[in-house]
Write a protein that binds this ligand. Sequence first.
Ligand SMILES: Nc1ncnc2c1ncn2[C@@H]1O[C@H](COP(=O)(O)OP(=O)(O)OP(=O)(O)O)[C@@H](O)[C@H]1O
Ligand SMILES: [Mg+2]
Length: 241
Amino acid sequence: MSTSNLIEIKDLHVRMGEQTILNGVSLHVPSGGIVTVLGSNGVGKTTLMRAVSGVYRSTSGSILFDGADITNWPSHRIVAAGLAQAPEGRQIFSSMTIAENLRIGGVGLTPQEVAEEEEKQLQRFSILRDRYRQKAGTLSGGEQQMLCIARALMCRPKLLLMDEPSLGLAPKIVRQIFDLISLIRSEGHSVLLVEQNARAALRVADYAYVMDGGRIAIEGSSADLANDARVRAAYLGGHAA
Ligand SMILES: Nc1ncnc2c1ncn2[C@@H]1O[C@H](COP(=O)(O)OP(=O)(O)OP(=O)(O)O)[C@@H](O)[C@H]1O
Ligand SMILES: [Mg+2]
């Protein structure tokens, strides 16, 4: 594994029963990078995120992360190694308070570290401080996404997986989410971002992969992909990003 790659996924396969969902995915994220995975509905993006974070088992292939072979490790060990996920659909605990949701994200930290990390997130997301003792289900969609990201950052991950963070949100909130992704990188985290908003994802990412049918169909620098005729036609409405 090249020392500059934080994660390196090689020829990953995931089968569910008779169906092959991931059919040999290889990709990497360099340390300090933002890498995006684009693709239409049902091509396997979420399956990839779940296989990387240990929610799904892979049937073959390997995942090297920060010098360790984490292939098929249980998810709690993967989190402890420094890889957190802001999952598709946010999956916050709506009947629990914002405080409780944040604490759950701080697994593996000492109480002192949890307090420090929580303060950092509350400074960043003032709405979460304002609503600290309220049930997370009372937050708007955008606020729930902020909580989802804050919860994932609580464990101080080296790599943050984000699965469609902008889905279903108003344009103003979408802009905030993408600004936040750049900020997260500037704070030293690397990001692997799944998005259907290809235009915004290509703006924020350094490198991009396009998945199709459980495989990587196209890859290249974000600038190259934004000018690629196939990407423009399929994901950018025929116009350059
Ligand atoms: N647990 C599962 N059991 C069986 N099939 C599954 C399972 N999870 C996903 N699939 C199938 O795998 C394929 C890829 O699904 P996946 O959710 O990874 O796609 P996606 O690219 O994230 O799509 P979307 O853009 O809609 O989020 C789909 O055909 C889906 O039905
Ligand atoms: Mg998905």
